[in-house]
Design a binder for this molecule. Structure first.
Ligand code: NDP
Length: 625
């Protein structure tokens, strides 16, 4: 593909992207947000429990404590059970399992990663999701299926918040304390507290002056709005409602608000990319026709495409993978015959053998060097996003509104969204898009919101403003971790993350960290959590064989891993640097701490590295005693 046969000017588009980015970068970065503590603590109360649990404090010893009952904690527990390690307790602050899906029950909440990929343990449970893209109620139901199959409620401590974990050198155990005065001595602690768990609020002038109703999307107040996750917000029919934020969450709840509220104002700083969703029911016979191992193969296939890897077939074939289909289509059309033969070889049946020989990488490099792959990817991305922008223009009647809804950045600079009702909502007479053109809201008054000198009077403000990322670990987790000699995790990571494989950190023996930091970052987050669970269980099983009481990253291994993360982060720094600000690129200040990144070689490379490490045996890099 060349600039001459494109129906847009890539140079002009590149300049437009840069301008849009530049006007959004703020000096205060993450500090533009404030914590939901003190007068804002009500934003994180649990609206879903019918009554507060009453129980005696627990004082005991267990082998493993898992903090967090979301998919990470559930997967860790499931894999432990499979390995015959039953002496564990899960501690979860919500009233039940589900994590993200326990909290995020807002109307329209659903997942736009294909359910056959997103739901973990599908082969183990035999569960068949009803649709290609599932919704929040079915996901919560599935969490209960997992909990039941793996008997996760046994010994689970729900409605319980960990307040600290302290390493006791004499006991070689962690002392886990909770807000219910529990004190549990655990040999091992798994920290799976969720990367997007702590709601955040923008520090807008006058935010505390508002006297109307307010809540954050992750604690939806159905008592106020009426309805449920499927919509029907009947109590809003005489209410003027404002939504602040237009990220993935707002995109899903705005259509329901538009359908029910008397008047809806959507305050936008940056538009999301709204692609076709095209949900469809699951063919009930389809799963039975799949060979064992299909689930892993499917999510591996999806994530491989997402990092530009070549596969024989795009199994999921949706809006996530389209840019890559475009890219390879373009390359094939452009390639001279010799290169086409090489590409055929890469995607043909001989690939697995070539892969074993290491030739795949060699050929890939030859082809990509020849084709200037980075540039081709950028052009395919422009092409993809032109389609997204054209959709806004086709669907939204008012020209100015349609223009404001067009995203000018590369598809994966922000979480891409897939929705078929969001854009048409702006054709409703009761819905107004207030485009702040990158600036954000200036002021909140006692009964409204001010932008550009105009006050919008409202009864309710809904904050769809996302979650803390990149702030202090203990602040996000809600508890401090005090390791050897009382050093806290906040102190240890004050100048940047330092781990071995993202899972261990020296000075914090027997503590295992789940999450994307210095680890594999996937679009299908449950996939990486599952890989981490498998990794955890491997280590615990190997350690048990050696009768190990203490597992700790060696200083050398940790240093080397941090170096790897920094080197790999440089590969993506250029891309991130050009992106519009958001939590993906630390609000636009990417280069401050390169080691705070995930593994820059992509999740597939990371998983394969971990697999090799496990196969090699010996728990290299970990000190076992
Ligand atoms: P995000 O962080 O993605 O979005 C927050 C929104 O608030 C942004 O639009 C942001 O604008 C806006 N905002 C912040 N401050 C202001 C301000 N002062 N004035 C106006 N607007 C402001 O949070 P979400 O809850 O939407 O999504 C979080 C993540 O959860 C997603 O990225 C995704 O990973 C996951 N998710 C996935 C879903 C799915 O599978 N479909 C659905 C929902 C969530 P700006 O962009 O300019 O910063």
């Amino acid at each position: 593909m060349t600039a001459t046969n494109l129906n847009f000017d890539p140079e002009a588009l590149g300049r437009k992207y840069q301008e849009e980015r530049d006007k959004r970068v703020r000096e205060d970065g993450n500090d533009q947000y404030q914590e939901v503590t003190g007068e804002f603590a009500y934003f994180v109360e649990d609206p879903y429990i019918s009554s507060e649990l009453q129980r005696e404090a627990v004082d005991e010893e267990v082998e493993v404590v898992i903090i967090g009952g979301g998919f990470g904690g559930m997967l860790a527990a499931a894999r432990l059970r499979e390995a015959g390690i039953d002496d564990f307790r899960i501690i979860e602050k919500g009233g039940d399992f589900g994590g993200t899906w326990y909290w995020n029950r807002y109307p329209g909440a659903s997942c736009d990663i294909e359910s056959y990929v997103y739901f973990p343990l599908l082969e183990e449970t035999g569960f068949v999701p009803k649709q290609k893209y599932t919704n929040a109620p079915e996901t919560l139901e599935y969490c209960h299926v997992i909990a039941q199959k793996y008997r996760l409620h046994e010994g689970a401590m729900l409605q319980t918040e960990v307040t600290s974990t302290d390493w006791d050198e004499n006991l070689n155990r962690w002392v886990v304390s909770t807000n219910r005065q529990d004190s549990i001595k655990a040999r091992f602690v798994v920290h799976s507290n969720g990367p997007l768990n702590r709601p955040k609020l923008p520090a807008i002038t006058g935010i505390s002056n508002f006297t109307g109703h307010t809540f954050h999307t992750s604690r939806w107040d159905y008592k106020y709005t009426g309805g449920n996750s499927h919509g029907g917000l009947t109590h809003l029919k005489d209410k003027r409602v404002a939504v602040i934020g237009t990220g993935a969450t707002a995109v899903q709840c705005v259509p329901h608000l538009g359908a029910s509220a008397q008047q809806l104002y959507v305050f936008q700083r940056t538009p999301s990319s709204i692609d076709v969703r095209n949900n469809k029911p699951t063919d009930p016979g389809w799963m039975n026709t799949q060979a064992p191992g299909w689930h892993n193969e499917r999510r591996h296939n999806f994530e491989s495409i997402m990092v530009g890897g070549q596969v024989k077939e795009d199994l999921v074939a949706d809006g996530w993978t389209e840019a890559f289909r475009l890219l390879f289509g373009n390359l094939r059309d452009k390639a001279p015959s010799k290169v086409r033969i090489a590409m055929w070889a890469l995607t043909s049946v001989v690939l697995p053998d070539l892969y074993k020989l290491g030739l795949k990488q060699y050929l890939t490099k030859k082809v990509t060097d020849f084709m200037n792959l980075d540039r081709e990817m950028e052009l395919a991305d422009y092409q993809k996003m032109e389609g997204v922008r054209a959709r806004a223009e086709q669907v939204v009647d008012d020209e100015k509104t349609a223009e404001a809804l067009k995203p000018y950045y590369r598809q994966f600079c922000k979480r891409p969204c897939f929705h078929d009702e969001y854009l048409p909502t702006f054709n409703r007479p009761n819905v107004t898009l207030v485009n702040t053109d990158g600036k954000g809201i200036e002021q909140i008054t006692s009964d409204g919101i001010i932008f550009d000198g105009k006050e919008y009077k409202v009864d309710c403000i809904i904050f769809a403003t996302g979650f803390e990322v990149g702030t202090d670990y203990a602040r996000r987790a809600g508890y401090q971790i005090n390791g050897v000699a009382g050093q806290s995790i906040s102190e240890k990571w004050a100048d940047g993350l330092s781990t071995f494989h993202g899972m261990h950190t020296r000075g914090f023996p027997n503590a295992f960290f789940f999450g994307p930091a210095q680890s594999g970052f996937t679009a299908t987050y449950t996939y990486s959590l599952d890989e981490q669970s498998v990794h955890l269980v491997h280590i615990l099983t190997e350690a048990a064989k050696k009768d190990a009481k203490r597992i700790e990253a060696s200083a050398t291994a940790e240093k080397a891993w941090v170096k790897t993360i920094i080197e790999k982060a440089r590969l993506t720094a250029d891309f991130q640097e050009k992106c519009t600000p958001g939590y993906y690129n630390n609000e636009g200040s990417v280069n401050t701490k390169l080691q705070n990144n995930f593994y820059g070689g992509g999740p597939i490379e990371f998983f394969s590295l971990m697999k090799k490490w496990r196969r090699k045996g010996g728990l290299k890099g970990l000190e076992i005693s």
